[in-house]
Design a protein around this ligand. Structure first.
Ligand code: NAD
Length: 480
């Protein structure tokens, strides 16, 4: 079935998921869901209220003692059933993300549906292990679930960002209330269809869709939420941290980035450029870890710029359901406008346009922005400092390794990055000097067991793997 062509009724959801049931919302207000490739409305979901949040938090609180006391292997068995139920929906998930976010279907299948399944599988395996206990002097140190988790997620990877919170929280023995992004709520509903099929105990995971200022703030401020786990913009993360600080609740924040891809003089430049451009443009550049600053040694700069322009020219914009499409639209009109403003500002700041730009041809409808590359970008300029969250790459030359490291670290963010060199020890040495939570050396592959998160204003805490499960625990020392 092609969901882009499906009648809107098929994509309309009318309930919240609370205490194991699909329940009526407290208000009749709804939020429309748009297909950003066409601008047409494809469905709607309830606009949750603080009363809905209170009901869902109460359900999660009631379910907490039972779930926390459930044996790890039983929790793992629940998550395993959830994996099976979700895998059965992989095609529907990919099509829904392609429809409500605009990710090209091929990429949506591999990343938007495939990645969360990989992450969930890794957490199933971790969940089966009891939390490690150890002895220090006369103390027995144990880990316990932190309690009720409020999870607030963005639109760019609408299932992955949810699974990266919900699965480790459940594995740790916590219960959850989820507020997905209002731009991409339909994908979250598919997770709850799978949760229903998997027969998770009532109240262990609850869903309240709605806007950030209403449902998100009510969840972050709720006195019975023990930890707020948030992924999204740094500005919203700051607001959530303030709300949680009022009651000294814990927060886990996965925020923005401005990651550097450092290409040393002896690197395999064609590979570094091809992979680097692919990373920067992934999901139309709406990826928090995107390597949006390409730093190239002056000896290879001209060669790299020619290659960048050639690689970008191969990206075709268009209908996410067309197999030839490499780049879909931006998620919303507002996002496309923000990205275009960044492009205009970079031009005004004197950056040299190498590809794309405001006059590049675009599909006739939808929130498209052409993949755009600027060269000679000043490391202090707005384009090098601000997260664009669109298909815009800044290329910056450097003279030596010390300058490369200084420019890479000249950012208020510190989420990800990359280094390329024929000398893997030299690349590793640069990776160690970069102030970021992740660095890929010579195209090192994504590892779902590795800690994921940021330094500086890219966030607090870590997701994924054993580190992600620990994030949802408290430490207790018992003296004997
Ligand atoms: P956003 O901050 O606008 O929204 C994220 C979520 O927060 C949404 O569910 C939204 O409804 C909610 N929200 C908005 N205002 C709120 C408020 N006042 N109180 C509580 N909740 C509120 O971000 P976005 O536009 O959805 O996502 C894009 C941003 O997310 C980018 O900056 C990107 O870098 C970041 N991001 C970071 C990571 C990461 O892992 N570090 C991953 C993906 C996205």
């Amino acid at each position: 079935m092609d969901l882009a062509a499906a009648p809107p009724a098929l994509l309309t959801r009318r309930h919240l998921h609370v205490a194991g049931d699909w329940v009526d919302p407290s208000s009749g207000d709804t939020i429309p869901v748009e297909n950003p490739a066409t601008g047409s409305i494809v469905g709607e979901v309830p606009a949750g209220t603080p009363a809905d949040v209170a009901r869902a938090v109460a359900a999660a609180r009631a379910a907490f003692p039972g779930w926390a006391a459930t044996a790890p292997e039983q929790r793992a068995a629940h998550l395993d059933r959830l994996h099976t139920a979700l895998a059965a929906r992989a095609d529907e998930i990919a099509r829904t993300v392609a429809t409500e976010l605009g990710t090209p279907l091929k990429l949506a299948t591999r990343v938007q549906a495939g990645l969360p399944l990989t992450v969930l599988r890794s957490i199933v395996d971790l969940a089966a292990r009891p939390a490690a206990e150890y002895t220090v002097g006369n103390s027995l140190v144990v880990r316990e679930p932190v309690g009720v988790v409020g999870a607030i997620t963005p639109w760019n990877y609408p299932l992955h960002q949810v699974v990266a919170k919900v699965a480790p929280a459940l594995a740790a023995g916590c219960t959850v209330v989820l507020k997905p992004s209002e731009l991409t709520p339909l994908t979250a509903y598919l997770l709850f269809d799978a949760i229903t099929d998997a027969g998770l105990p009532p109240g262990v995971v609850n869903l309240v869709p709605g806007t950030g200022p209403v449902v998100g703030e009510a969840l972050a401020a709720h006195p019975d939420v023990d930890l707020v786990s948030f992924t999204g913009s740094t500005a919203t993360g700051r607001r959530i941290a303030h709300l949680a600080a009022e009651r000294i609740a814990r927060v886990s924040l996965e925020l923005g980035g401005k990651s550097a891809n450092v290409i040393l003089a002896d690197a395999d430049v064609p590979t570094a450029v091809k992979v680097g451009v692919g990373n920067a443009l992934l999901n139309s550049g709406q990826t928090c870890t995107a390597w949006t600053r390409m730093l190239v040694h002056r000896d290879r700069y001209a060669e790299a710029l020619d290659l960048v322009a050639a690689v970008v020219a191969g990206y075709r914009l268009g209908d996410p359901f067309d197999p030839a499409t490499r780049l879909g639209p931006l998620a919303s009109a507002a996002q496309a406008r923000r990205v275009r403003d960044h492009v205009d500002r970079a031009l005004a700041d004197g950056a040299r346009l190498v590809a794309g730009g405001p006059d590049a041809p675009l599909p006739p409808q939808g929130h498209f922005v052409a993949p755009t590359v600027f060269a000679d970008v000043h490391p202090d300029s707005a384009l090098a400092q601000e997260e664009v969250f669109g298909p815009v790459l800044a290329v910056i030359p450097f003279a030596d390794t010390d300058e490369a490291v200084a420019v890479a670290n000249n950012s208020r963010y510190g989420l990800a990055g990359a280094v390329w060199s024929a000398d893997s020890d030299a690349a590793l040495a640069v990776a160690r000097r970069m102030r970021t939570g992740q660095v890929d050396v010579n195209g090192g592959a994504f590892n779902p067991l590795a800690p994921f998160g940021g330094y500086k204003q890219s966030g607090l805490g870590r997701e994924l793997g054993a580190y992600g499960v620990e994030e949802f625990t408290e430490l207790k020392a018992i003296q004997r």
